[in-house]
Design a protein around this ligand. Structure first.
Ligand SMILES: *Cc1c(COP(=O)(O)O)cnc(C)c1O
Length: 378
């Protein structure tokens, strides 16, 4: 069965005596037991809830994972992955991770966990940083917002050889375009707030793994910390998830058209998008993904000019986040990456990030055209 069919089939709902064709919301904190000796599947929603089980099974199907666990945000999912580390451990992370992950790494440092920030698009940097205490490697590919590409098969070999857990944040592409577990990644995390939910109406996070031992620890933490996704948010997430295949295709088609237009604007000095053939990681990316996604960055090299373009766009909301049906525009250094310490910041302040939605591509292009034109004369 293909991913889209698995996503939409209703078998999970057949346990419900009313046979609904849309997932009902089990908005209950507690579940009654029929008999004190034979306890049922559910007792308390922190530990387990039918909505969470159903949506977790859909996400596992999408990632082709054995296990999936839902959390109330992407950042909490990443926090739970970090809980697998102990004091004195060492973790290697990509130097251009999501800004909120950087903030979380600051907390890890306070717990005496040692962190190395390296350019993970070059595997030799990883090899040169591994010590006897290294326990985990965390990467993003394509990275956000610079779209650096990590060779997953190559780094998973390195991790296996040195007994490291390989964790990857797959938020930027979603499992529709990329399934990192197939390339030897041990743990995949997503901010489900982005493409998976797709409508900017809830925050959510997911961890996927094929490793039973890791799954047991994650399941324990989900209950022990009380950070699982609530029933209504599970419902919203599944409502959005059902159209992920359609949204992902429409947004990527728009993005490819917009990139073609942006190539004709001489004021754009660089386009960061893994779908451009001249991208240094294009071949590696194509070998491990089925698509390029709908997020790209552009640089004018002039911060004032970039800010003017952002302010002059009408159809793009100036907002953090990406992966919505609506198009967004932002300056990462001022917004999503504001929490990255100055000495760790490798994103240029003039960089504009675009997240393309499912509006009409020509309308979006016309809007960028007018913003660039007016920015240049003012
Ligand atoms: C947004 C984001 C996160 C954090 O997820 P939240 O749902 O906002 O908590 C983590 N990683 C990446 C790549 C993101 O874009």
């Amino acid at each position: 069965m293909q991913k889209n069919t698995k996503l939409l089939q209703l078998k999970d709902l057949l346990d419900d005596p009313s046979h609904p064709t849309s997932m009902p919301i089990y908005q209950s904190a507690t579940f009654a037991q029929m008999d004190i000796d034979n306890l049922g599947k559910y007792d308390y929603s922190r530990s387990g809830n039918p909505n969470r089980d159903i949506v977790e099974s859909k996400l596992a199907a999408l990632e082709d994972a054995k296990h999936a666990f839902l959390f109330n945000s992407g950042i909490v999912a990443i926090h739970v992955v970090f809980e697998l580390l102990s004091a004195d451990d060492h973790i290697i992370v990509a130097d251009d991770l999501y800004g909120g992950t950087h903030r979380l790494l600051g907390l890890l440092q306070q717990k005496n966990i040692f962190i190395s920030y390296v350019d993970t698009s070059d595997a030799t940097n990883i090899i040169n940083t591994i010590t006897a205490k290294t326990k985990m490697l965390l990467v993003e590919t394509p990275s956000n917002p610079l779209q650096k590409i990590v060779n997953l098969s190559e780094i998973s070999e390195i991790c296996k050889k040195h007994n490291l857990l390989l964790a990857m944040d797959n938020s930027l592409l979603s499992p529709w375009w990329q399934q990192p577990l197939k390339f030897g990644v041990d743990i995949v995390v997503h901010s489900a707030t982005k493409h998976l939910s797709g409508h900017s109406d809830t925050t959510a996070g997911v961890i996927c793994t094929n490793n039973d031992e890791i799954a047991t620890k994650i399941k324990f933490l989900q209950n022990a910390l009380g950070v699982a996704l609530a029933p209504f948010d599970c419902w919203l997430l599944y409502r959005g998830l059902k159209t992920l295949p359609l949204r992902a295709k429409a947004a990527q088609d728009n993005t490819l058209k917009i990139v073609e237009y942006l190539k004709t604007e001489s004021i754009i000095k660089h386009i960061y998008y893994c779908g451009i053939k001249s991208h240094p990681g294009f071949a590696i990316h194509k070998s491990q993904s089925d698509g390029f996604g709908s997020v790209l960055s552009i640089d004018t090299g002039n911060t004032l000019l970039s800010k003017k373009i952002v302010n002059l766009s009408n159809l793009f909301a100036i907002t953090v986040s990406f992966g919505s049906v609506n198009s967004f525009i932002s300056i990462p250094v001022n917004m999503s990456h504001a929490s990255v310490p100055k000495d760790k910041l490798i994103v240029p302040p003039s960089l504009i990030r675009l997240s393309i939605g499912i509006e009409d591509a020509d309308d979006l292009i016309d809007d960028l055209k007018q913003a660039i034109k007016i920015a240049l004369i003012n």
